[in-house]
Design a protein around this ligand. Structure first.
Ligand code: PEP
Length: 259
């Protein structure tokens, strides 16, 4: 059954165990006995708090915001795919634009991480998207083509269907400036076209594509189901358990309507 994805990227927040405990207490209370069967919500806190997220309400899972590609060794400060798996984690965000812009992650680095995630049976949620300048200069197609070619190089059709793409235009992250529904839909079509050329129509259809960038509940319909996306990646708003439950409920309701 098709499920919408609701990914919450906490980034480097919150700053204490007490705040995490409070978040989880509210999340569990607000989820109550609501049933989320058509939405998969994935909360991605900082790694140091991941173990606190091992018992979540139905439909909620935990994920990581990043990882290194090696399994173990002399890589000070890094977290490996094997470590995430041993915590029972199934999802990892890779290639977030902040990783690319602030920590020098190139397409090649992101690619190594995608391959490592697949090798360890982690679902990679890979961020792609253009900068404002690239969009204004008409380079959207070229940028996405380059990013997708790198991500999917050497990946089997079967594995390609496991990869989740998060289309996050860089200019929409943290800015409260969003693309229109039709602009998002055009990108979805473009991504599917590129995947169709790299693989085939069936594989392109299977690969889920999310929208990310200044998502809040009020914009959910416009950036998600109206734009035919498979869900959303949420930054700031994911820091409120109330908002996450509200968005999960709306995605659940939208999925039920489309059955
Ligand atoms: C993000 O960090 O991926 C993101 C989408 O952030 P925000 O929702 O705060 O724009």
């Amino acid at each position: 059954m098709h499920k919408s994805l609701l990914v919450g990227n906490f980034k480097m927040n919150p700053t204490s165990q007490e705040e995490v405990d409070q978040y989880l207490a509210v999340l569990k209370r607000e989820a109550g006995n609501k049933r989320f069967t058509r939405v998969e919500a994935i909360l991605c806190p900082p790694d140091v708090f991941l173990s606190k997220f091992d018992t979540l309400p139905e439909g909620f899972h935990s994920g990581a915001q990043n990882m290194f590609w090696e399994k173990s060794g002399a890589f000070t400060g890094e977290i490996s795919p094997a470590m995430l798996k041993s915590l029972g984690i199934d999802y990892v965000i890779l290639g977030h634009s902040e990783r690319r812009a602030l920590f020098g992650e190139t397409d090649e680095i992101v690619k190594q991480k995608v391959d490592a995630a697949l090798k360890h049976f982690l679902v990679p949620i890979v961020c792609v998207g253009e900068s404002r300048v690239e969009r204004d200069q008409g380079q959207l197609d070229t940028v996405l083509q380059r990013q997708l070619q790198s991500i999917f190089a050497g990946v089997s059709k079967l594995q390609a269907g496991e990869i989740v793409l998060a289309y996050e235009p860089r200019w929409a992250i943290g800015t409260d400036i969003l693309p229109t529904t039709s602009e998002i839909l055009q990108v979805r079509i473009l991504i599917k076209k590129i995947l169709g050329e790299l693989f085939d129509g069936a594989t392109a259809e299977k690969t889920r594509v999310l929208y990310g960038g200044s998502v809040k509940h009020a914009f959910l319909a416009a950036v998600s189901w109206e734009a035919q996306m498979d869900g959303v990646l949420v930054g700031r708003e994911s820091l409120s358990p109330y908002e996450m439950i509200k968005m999960a409920e709306s995605l659940e309701a939208a999925e039920s309507e489309h059955v």
